[in-house]
Every structure is written in structure tokens, then in C-alpha cells.
Design a protein around this ligand. Structure first.
Ligand code: CAA
Length: 261
């Protein structure tokens, strides 16, 4: 098992929980954190038994308060670009993970923190969550994906409002604009995320993974190509044992047991 200094990877049954663990710095993302997230993604990706991933932050104040400003403060242009490349590579790898990823947003999700949540498939937040992209107040722009993923999530006008004003957005507004799927009291956040993860994990794994992949890819191609991709994937799943089991269980009036093949 890999040894981590800034994250915790905990696998229980078929659910993996990845906790960013630098509470003294509000879980800010420095180079080491990003490299350890990358390592954890490799471990999760290689483990077929993991069906769903939950990402959260240690402590009760922050999910992630952004990229590490103390590390960035002395970077030059080339180093700044490399840091952005590392963040984007890591978060795209998370977004492209086969297994669905739920962000359990337990407080501030600012800058790189919101960008991490945006790379997840589903976002559940606690009532004390605050989101925002404060970068233009620091003399930079978002560098771990928000100029692209926030505008895809909200449309360009709302994304520009959030990025250009750099304001903190409260949880009720984030829920209303569709950034959060659900908001719960802080003490229920991980239970809620685990319940949703278990609900997903009970379904046919290949179907779940392919549904995620087809939805993601649909954003990169036109509607006709997207529908073709849906048809091909729909057909391919008829060649799996999970389809035989899922439909067999329905006709036999019993609960399906999926072996993920
Ligand atoms: N980087 C480095 N350290 C950070 C940090 C960050 N992004 N955010 C918080 N910390 C550190 C603080 O420096 C402080 O450490 P010390 O005790 O050693 O001084 C500790 O975490 C606790 O923070 P505060 O005392 O500031 O806590 P607070 O409750 O008063 O305020 C906060 C909380 C409003 C989140 C405030 O910490 C804050 O504004 N943080 C910075 C948020 C930000 O600007 N994020 C965007 C970063 S840029 C980015 O992410 C670029 C990108 O797209 C890649």
C-alpha cells in the first residue's frame, strides 16, 4: 500500500474515500498533494473491486481552500505554467476515472478546491460550504480547470460572473445554480455521500462506468456523434453477463447480483 503524507486513501468494501489531509493549511493543494492524488488515482483505477470514490477534506472548515498560495508566491511564468499543467493533468485523470466520483464538500471550496469538486461527477455539500474562484484577486486566473469546467457546468455568463467578481458564493445559491446536487447538515455529509455511493455501487458496474464515460464524452462531440456513441455502448452492454443478470433477475422477480463482466 502506498504511503501518503498529505492525503488518506481508505477503502471499505466497494467504496474508496480519498481525504485531503492538510487541515492546518485548509487542505491547500501544493505539488506534493497533487502528486499523491495522482498516485491514489492509479491505485483506485487498478482496483476493480472499488465501485465508487468519495473525495473530501479533513477538518470541519474546508474541503480545499485552493492551490497553495505560499508555494505559488515565488513561482516564475514557466513554473506557474508547469503547476497549472500538473493540476489539470491530475484533475482530468480524476474526471476520466472509470469509477464515479462524489465530492463531499465539507466547507470552503475555493479556487483549486472548487476546480477539484468540478472534476468530480456529483457534488454533495454541507450547509457551511462556500465556493468561489478568488484567483483574479491574486493577479492570476483559475489554473486547474475552472475557465473550462465551470463554464461547461453553468454556461459562460454565470462562470464569468463568479470568476471575474471572485466573490464567495453561499451554499443555497450554489445549490440553486446546480453546482451542488444536494446540501445536508455537516454531521450528515459523509453518511449522505456513502448512501449515494452504495446506491450507485448496487448497480451493474460496467453499465455505471459506461454511462459516466458516454455522458463525459458527449460534451466533447456533437449531438449526432453523441447519439451514435450511446447506440454503440448500449449495444456493447448486451454482450455482458451483467445485462443477462440484470434482465434475468427482473423476469425472475429477484434482486440482481452483478459480477461486473
Ligand atoms: N494556500 C496556502 N495556505 C492557505 C490557503 C491557500 N490557498 N488557504 C488557507 N491557508 C492557510 C492560511 O495561510 C493559514 O495558515 P497560517 O495559520 O500558517 O497562517 C491557515 O490556512 C488557516 O487559514 P486562515 O487563517 O486564513 O483561515 P480563515 O478562517 O481566516 O480564512 C479562508 C479562511 C477565507 C478560506 C482564507 O484562508 C482564504 O482566503 N484562503 C485563500 C483562498 C484562495 O484565495 N484560494 C485560491 C488560491 S489560488 C488557486 O487556487 C489557483 C488555481 O486555480 C490553481
Amino acid at each position: 500500500m502506498a504511503k501518503y503524507k498529505t492525503i488518506i486513501l481508505d477503502v471499505k468494501d466497494d467504496i474508496a474515500t480519498l481525504t485531503l489531509n492538510r487541515p492546518q493549511a485548509l487542505n491547500a493543494l501544493n505539488t506534493q498533494v497533487l502528486l499523491e492524488i495522482d498516485q491514489a488515482i492509479n491505485v483506485i483505477s487498478a482496483n476493480q473491486a472499488i465501485k465508487v470514490v468519495i473525495v473530501t477534506g479533513a477538518g470541519n472548515k474546508a474541503f480545499v481552500a485552493g492551490a497553495d498560495i505560499k508555494e505559488m508566491a515565488t513561482k516564475n511564468a514557466i513554473e506557474g505554467q508547469r503547476f497549472s499543467e500538473l493540476g489539470n493533468r491530475t484533475f482530468s485523470k480524476l474526471a476520466n476515472l472509470k469509477q464515479p466520483v462524489i465530492a463531499a464538500v465539507n466547507g470552503y471550496a475555493l479556487g483549486g478546491g472548487l476546480e477539484l469538486a468540478l472534476a468530480c461527477d456529483i457534488r454533495i455539500a454541507s450547509t457551511n460550504a462556500r465556493i468561489g474562484q478568488p484567483e483574479v484577486g491574486l493577479g492570476i486566473i483559475p489554473g486547474f480547470g475552472a475557465t473550462q469546467r465551470l463554464s461547461r457546468a453553468l454556461g459562460p455568463a454565470k462562470a464569468k460572473e463568479y470568476i471575474l467578481t471572485a466573490r464567495n458564493v453561499k451554499v443555497d445559491e450554489a445549490l440553486r445554480v446546480g453546482l451542488f446536487n444536494k446540501v445536508v447538515e455537516p454531521e450528515h455529509l459523509l453518511d449522505e455521500a456513502n448512501q449515494m455511493a452504495a446506491q450507485i455501487a448496487a448497480n451493474a458496474p460496467l453499465a455505471v462506468q459506461n454511462a459516466k464515460a458516454v455522458i463525459n464524452e458527449g460534451f466533447e462531440i456533437n449531438l449526432e456523434q453523441g447519439l451514435k456513441l450511446e447506440e454503440n455502448t448500449f449495444g456493447m452492454l448486451f454482450a455482458t453477463n451483467d445485462q443477462k443478470e440484470g434482465m434475468g433477475a427482473f423476469t425472475e422477480k429477484r434482486k440482481a447480483v452483478f459480477a461486473s463482466r
